[in-house]
Design a protein around this ligand. Structure first.
Ligand code: 5GP
Ligand code: MG
Ligand code: MG
Length: 183
């Protein structure tokens, strides 16, 4: 697929690469302050959070080990069901750790709510969530997300790690996927 065709699949650009970079730097300052002197573990949720993790972690001024979790949430390709299955579990024992979950987007909140409950049972010292994007009007469960990048409208977005059918993840900006692509 060529660049021009990819552009045809997108309607609005919601958040640009520059805006993301600036926001992650801002969040990192906050996180660095909140976790100073603490044993922080970053947990990324594959695959969507790969770009957020890469850019956010490099803004932190101290060691921040990373671990990864892969989950699949059953449902149609543009809606999650909240029925979650672990595809790849963490390598790290969470006991006594200060865990910061790094997520691409909170939509219904169902996946994260499941993940939070699952992590709580592993005895961490604390758990917080950082999400680049959040769709406030799509929430089905309330997620206490301490660090939020951008609140966006309830539309299906792609880019910066977010895919549709494994495509568009490598776009630099976050854009609304044109409905003609999936309807
Ligand atoms: P939730 O359980 O909060 O509804 O969403 C879980 C996952 O669905 C997100 O982590 C993300 O991977 C995917 N998702 C939710 N909304 C979008 C969206 O607008 N675009 C893309 N590409 N994925 C989304
Ligand atoms: Mg995700
Ligand atoms: Mg996806």
């Amino acid at each position: 697929m060529r660049a021009a065709e990819i552009q045809d699949d997108l309607s609005d650009i919601l958040v640009t690469e520059e805006e993301i970079k600036a926001k992650l730097a801002e969040l990192a300052v906050q996180v660095a302050k909140d976790y100073e002197g603490k044993d922080l573990l970053l947990v990324g949720v594959l695959k969507g959070a790969v770009m957020v993790m890469a850019d956010f972690a490099r803004e932190l001024p101290f060691h921040a080990p990373m671990d990864w979790m892969a989950v699949s949430s059953y449902g149609s390709s543009t809606k999650s069901s909240g029925v979650v299955q672990i595809r790849k579990d963490l390598d790290t024992d969470l006991h006594g750790k200060h865990v910061l979950i790094v997520e691409d987007i909170i939509d219904s909140g169902l996946t994260l709510s499941w993940l939070l409950e699952n992590f709580e049972s592993r005895g961490p010292e604390s758990i917080e969530v950082l999400a680049l994007l959040r769709k406030p009007d799509a929430a089905k469960v309330e997620i206490d997300c301490k660090y939020v990048g951008f609140d966006i409208p309830t539309e299906f977005v792609v880019g910066y790690g977010l895919d549709f059918d494994e495509r568009y993840r490598n776009l630099r900006d976050v854009a609304v996927l044109a409905p003609h692509v999936y309807s």
